[in-house]
Design a protein around this ligand. Structure first.
Ligand code: MRU
Length: 341
């Protein structure tokens, strides 16, 4: 299953705002529309945002290729800014755009770089899928037999170039006969767990139980969860990490109940330039996402709202970090620097 395709010089995105009810593919030939789709969460999930932005950068280069070299260069810088302004937290977006910009400058910042840029975006996409398979293999090794696994949000095929980070681990462990049940937090307010993770698990025939976010602690107390594994949008040098709002609560609850707590991520999600979680920019989204549930008003319009899309979990609550290079254990700062510095 995949959510991003590049065909005949256009980008196609599976509209994740419509899932699981409708499977609608949208075609993009304008990089501004790609930035809009990232902001509107037509495509979401840290690696998927990075891959889409890379293709968006190609669309910009195609649009501007007939300009003079100087005008081409300045417009490409503007296009990069537009794509980068779409969402602030997932570092994969900036990582992918920087890589595209380096590719352009390696080709003399010339309009002739278009084929090389497309090849670079395709490489970012393909490498992401490859990393997810490696994450899956490493992560499956830490999943116990007969595991009942809790996850939060969606870190699956839909959130990546394909296969998924967390769902990559779950898919690999399930193939080894280790997974008895996956509990998916519904993930307020936009229900990525209910709409997307449940959808992926059901399609793959992996036993899945959907719960509301506020039920996880009760399941843990009743001994129904053997491990937690969830995604990451940006990890700081010390292992503190931002992920979908609600992750921190799950971490505290897992710690209280002595349940192993992992995050899974590709190296493109690690930001060693930020020393700890306090420096990670946290996106705030419109209050209408919590006063309304998919267009239906559920709160008085006069009420104040606060809607951070992510929270930060301190590394002290982490058991391990599953990466494409293996599972990283404490001391995280030292071990992350050794593997990724
Ligand atoms: O707001 P979203 O849906 O983009 O948030 C997604 C997450 O928090 C995922 O867990 C994270 O991006 C990792 S995806 C492999």
């Amino acid at each position: 299953m995949e959510a991003i395709q590049w065909k005949a010089n256009s980008l196609y995105l599976l509209d994740q705002t419509k899932l699981p009810v409708e499977e609608v593919w949208l075609e993009f030939s304008d990089y501004r529309a790609v930035a809009g789709a990232i902001a509107a969460m037509v495509v979401r999930g840290a690696p998927a945002i990075g891959v889409s932005a890379a293709y968006g950068y190609c669309l910009a280069a195609m649009e501007y290729r007939s300009l003079s070299p100087a005008a081409f260069q300045s417009n490409m810088a503007l296009a990069k800014g537009v794509l980068a302004a779409s969402r602030p937290t997932a570092v994969n977006l900036f990582w992918a755009l920087d890589r595209m910009e380096r590719c352009l400058s390696a080709h003399g910042n010339s309009p002739d770089a278009v084929p090389a840029l497309i090849a670079q975006a395709r490489a970012i996409h393909a490498e992401d899928v490859e990393m997810n398979h490696a994450i899956g293999a490493h992560g499956a090794a830490v999943v116990p037999e007969h595991a009942r696994v809790l996850t939060h949000c969606n870190a699956g095929s839909l959130a990546t170039g394909g296969y998924g980070t967390v769902l990559g681990v779950i898919r690999s462990a399930f193939a080894q006969g280790k997974v008895d049940m996956v509990y998916a937090d519904e993930t307020r307010p936009l229900l990525q767990g209910a709409r997307l993770t449940a959808y992926e698990l059901v399609r793959d025939g992996i036993p899945a139980t959907l719960i509301a976010d506020n039920m996880a602690a009760f399941l843990m107390a009743r001994g129904k969860i053997d491990m937690v594994i969830l995604g990451c949008d940006r990890m700081a040098a010390n292992g503190d990490f931002a992920n979908k709002i609600g992750t921190y609560s799950v971490a505290v609850n897992a710690h209280h109940h002595g349940i192993p707590f992992y995050t899974a991520l590709p190296s493109s999600t690690i930001d060693l330039s930020i020393p700890d979680g306090g420096g990670i920019p946290i996106e705030e989204r419109p209050g209408s996402e919590i006063t309304h549930v998919f267009g239906v008003q559920t709160a008085p319009l006069e009420v104040g709202t606060y809607n951070p899309a992510f929270d930060v979990t301190p590394h002290t609550l982490l058991t391990g970090i599953v990466t494409e290079k293996g599972v990283v254990y404490p001391p995280f700062q030292e071990n992350l620097a050794k593997l990724f510095g």
